[in-house]
Design a protein around this ligand. Structure first.
Ligand code: JFZ
Length: 329
């Protein structure tokens, strides 16, 4: 494991990208507006999968060169890897999936996953892929309503094993080598009873490692509760832990970790985004995480066409300037 982790430990700084159909809602549904978690708009505005699909697909018009813009933003900021949403909870996949027509290729004629991977490789960046365990489009995935609350989920009339087959098949598509090497797989996320073997975790990990022996897998295929951690002693499920929006005060002893962080309080693009951190604050957070032995994964939420808004560009340029002077590459 140490050998597989070496590049990642050295990399220290990565760029996260949340971009999908939800980006085109821009944090607005009817007269409701969302300042946080705009990538959750389908659930938070209580929209059915059918209405969501009908509304969002016509708005999805990626610019021709969006992927190379992401790659050069990451590169000039000094990031060494990029983790992008192949499929978020909404269920829309950027790769050309044989499992569904709810994917970029079927909708736009372009394999956007391929475009992103190629753009990242062209800049010499490592490739990380975010793939959601939840799927609000699939008829057999756990279903529910409302905000970030798993307790109200139901499997009524749904066949979890059928959805799990679909999940495994899509993960296979993005890791089997047709898109080249995958450096990180960022699965998201387990909660309540929906964790670990409910997703047939062992079988899934075996499939992934068989496809990509060097890949790093985050910890969210399992819940990794405090209790589970204490139970299992030092054993940690996954290659690294993923504290969210915070930097553990004294690091995490004996465990590799990566703080994922937002520029404001939303992962997906919202016109109504608030509470932007300043460049100085962001640089301090990067230093804080790295000095405590962690990695720092800083998110961008590109606009509907995949381009990047000026506030984001400004912050990533400032980080890049700091890295020029203080970074090691
Ligand atoms: C998840 C997603 O729901 C969210 O949209 C975003 O992609 C983020 C990076 O990950 O949000 C979570 C997942 C897990 C926890 C909190 C937020 N958790 O375990 O506390």
């Amino acid at each position: 494991k140490q050998e597989r982790m070496a590049w990642w430990k050295e990399a220290r700084f990565g760029m996260f990208v949340h971009w999908g159909l939800y980006s085109s809602a821009e944090g607005e549904w009817g007269d409701k507006t969302f300042t946080r978690a705009a990538e959750w708009i389908q659930r938070n505005a209580n929209v059915s999968a059918d209405v969501y699909q009908e509304t969002m697909l016509p708005k999805f018009k990626p610019a021709p060169d969006f992927a190379s813009k992401w790659a050069s933003l990451a590169k000039q900021a000094g990031a060494k890897y990029v983790v992008f949403t192949n499929k978020h909870h909404e269920g829309f996949a950027l790769h050309d999936s044989t499992q569904t027509e709810y994917d970029a290729k079927d909708v736009t004629g372009r394999d956007l996953h391929k475009e992103v991977v190629e753009a990242l490789r062209a800049e010499g960046l490592r490739v990380g892929v975010y793939h959601s365990l939840w799927d609000w489009h699939h008829p057999d995935a756990p279903a529910g309503k409302g905000a970030m609350n798993v307790s109200g989920l139901t499997m009524e009339g749904r066949d979890l094993s059928r959805y799990t087959n679909y999940l495994h098949a899509q993960v296979n598509e993005i890791t089997d080598g047709r898109y080249g090497d995958v450096d990180v797989l960022w699965l998201d996320y387990s909660k309540g009873p929906y964790q670990g073997e409910v997703w047939r975790a062992k079988q899934l990990v075996e499939l992934i490692r068989n496809n990509q022996p060097q890949i790093l897998i985050n910890n969210r295929l399992w819940q990794n509760t405090k209790e589970q951690r204490e139970d299992s002693g030092k054993y940690w499920f996954g290659d690294f832990s993923t504290p969210e929006q915070h930097i553990p005060a004294t690091g995490i002893e004996g465990i590799d970790w990566e703080t994922c962080d937002t520029l404001n309080i939303t992962w997906g693009w919202s016109k109504h985004a608030v509470e932007f951190k300043t460049s100085t604050e962001l640089i301090h957070r990067l230093i804080d995480a790295v000095s405590k032995g962690g990695n720092y994964l800083l998110n961008i939420g590109p606009l509907p066409d995949g381009s990047i808004d000026p506030k984001t560009v400004e912050r990533f340029s400032d980080i890049g300037e700091w890295m020029q002077i203080n970074g090691d590459a």
